[in-house]
Design a protein around this ligand. Structure first.
Ligand code: AMP
Ligand code: MG
Length: 431
């Protein structure tokens, strides 16, 4: 279905997204590297991690209290002989201590439950009386005990290749003794902003010029998506220099361009890519903001030759994918999230995952034209059942200030013209 020319191919949001996901499912992540536990946080695991022993490794008390034999508590209150105390940590002897009828151990949270005990009674239901303790409440078998291996059996899979190492994955790796982890190298993502009016952030600026902000929003989003941004200089709307910079960008694992993809006379990106024998999967999506989004790929050998081995290069993966994102800053941000991100995540070795939405009640009516799926900057407020959401007022997809006031996007389906106050709407969080 790919095109070799810039003949327009405008897809629905769903179709465009499906194509990206399909292409993403064919890319292979690149090199692996070994990192210490903490520097591996946020990275993508390039191995699977198994339990090095039963978890917990012994029946663990979840409370401070008394380890008991449930049968001893048939009649209450009951006096049990306290034969010792079990703390969390190394025990005197190799084996767990044992409990006989009529006896109890005082036990701490996290400590191994003695043999013979089948429950722990919380300290709140006890009254020490010299060498004895009076227990005032019964216990069901297993109460306040996590049995050995209940969380995971020795050898069972805990974290799969492709998982993002968030705090719980890092904790789990630590808990099985992994101080070093194999992770995928971050794919290098070239960022190329185009436009004669665009000026570097610290450059001199004329009254009708615009500072480059897209390079920076993209760099942030790329970093968050697991990539390493490679910032290219701003490309003018001039085919020669633009081509040079696009060829440079194609040496990375992924190229993301902004601007120059609309219908204007100086929107040259697609033309230059066509000259580079690009294959286009789509040149537009029925969305707002971000309609002129372009997705395609170039055979690596057709672009400039790679000067150094790229982390994501492999014999099967000879294409460099590119996105031409519309230049309006909110369009750039939205189209990155919707389309570029799944490709980046695949190159980073992450398992594919769906876009995450949740629902909130609409605070003020929305009226739009049908035909486009809209991702409109909005403010989510209040909490719990009262959570509600409303559009921010904005001057369109160039209004970064409005976007900065927002904390999410409301997703308006393409067939909706009006959404009433109080209706449930889909919300996409923006970090
Ligand atoms: P274009 O997609 O090239 O037609 O640009 C659409 C709008 O986005 C224009 O108003 C541009 O000035 C603006 N724009 C394009 N590139 C950038 C950029 N890198 N940073 C900020 N604004 C941009
Ligand atoms: Mg432009």
């Amino acid at each position: 279905m790919a095109l070799a020319t810039t003949q327009s191919l405008v897809l629905t949001f769903e179709d465009a997204r499906r194509i990206v996901q399909d292409q993403a499912s064919h890319v292979t992540p690149g090199r692996k590297e070994v990192l210490d536990l903490l520097p591996a946080a946020g990275r993508v695991l390039a191995e699977s991690i198994a339990a090095d022993r039963d978890m917990p490794p012994f029946p663990r008390s979840t409370r401070d209290g008394y380890a008991v034999r449930g049968a001893d508590l048939a009649k209450l209150p009951v006096k049990l002989k306290v034969i010792g105390e079990i703390k969390a940590g190394p025990q005197a002897g190799q084996n767990r201590v044992a409990l006989n009828r009529g006896e109890t151990y005082s036990i701490m949270t996290g400590a191994p439950v003695p043999l013979g005990a089948d429950a722990v009674v919380m300290v709140e239901y006890s009254e020490p009386q010299g060498d004895f303790v009076e227990i005032t409440k019964g216990a069901t078998p297993g109460e306040n005990i996590v049995s050995q291996g209940a969380e995971a059996r020795h050898g069972s899979l805990l974290i799969e290749t492709g998982a993002v190492l968030n705090e719980s994955a890092i904790a789990l790796a630590a808990s099985v003794g992994r101080s070093k982890l194999n992770v995928f190298a971050r794919p290098r993502v070239a960022v190329l902003s185009t436009g004669d009016e665009i000026v570097a952030v610290d450059g001199e600026i004329g009254p009708t010029q615009i500072r480059n902000s897209n390079t920076y929003s993209l760099a942030v989003q790329i970093g968050r998506g697991g990539g390493e941004p490679v910032l290219l200089p701003i490309a003018p709307d001039e085919p020669g220099r633009l081509r040079q910079l696009i060829e440079e960008g194609l040496q990375s694992d992924l190229l993301i361009m902004t601007g120059g993809v609309s219908m204007g006379r100086y929107d040259l990106v697609e033309q230059v890519l066509t000259d580079l024998q690009a294959e286009f999967f789509f040149t537009g999506a029925k969305i707002q903001p971000g309609k002129p989004v372009v997705f395609g790929r170039v055979l690596s050998s057709a672009g400039a030759s790679r000067t150094e081995p790229s982390p994501a290069a492999s014999s099967k993966d000879r294409y460099t994918y590119f996105f031409g994102l519309p230049g309006n800053p909110i369009s750039t941000m939205v189209t990155f999230e919707l389309f570029a991100r799944p490709m980046l995540e695949a190159l980073a070795g992450m398992r594919p995952r769906p876009l995450t939405f949740f629902h909130a009640r609409l605070k003020s009516e929305i009226r739009v034209k049908t035909g486009l799926t809209r991702f409109l900057p909005a403010i989510l407020s209040d909490q719990y059942e009262a959570t509600q959401v409303e559009l921010v007022s904005w001057q369109g997809s160039g209004d970064i200030a409005a976007r900065a006031r927002s904390n999410c996007y409301i997703v308006v389906p393409a067939d909706r013209e009006q959404i009433a106050v109080g209706e449930w709407v889909a919300v996409m969080l923006s970090q």
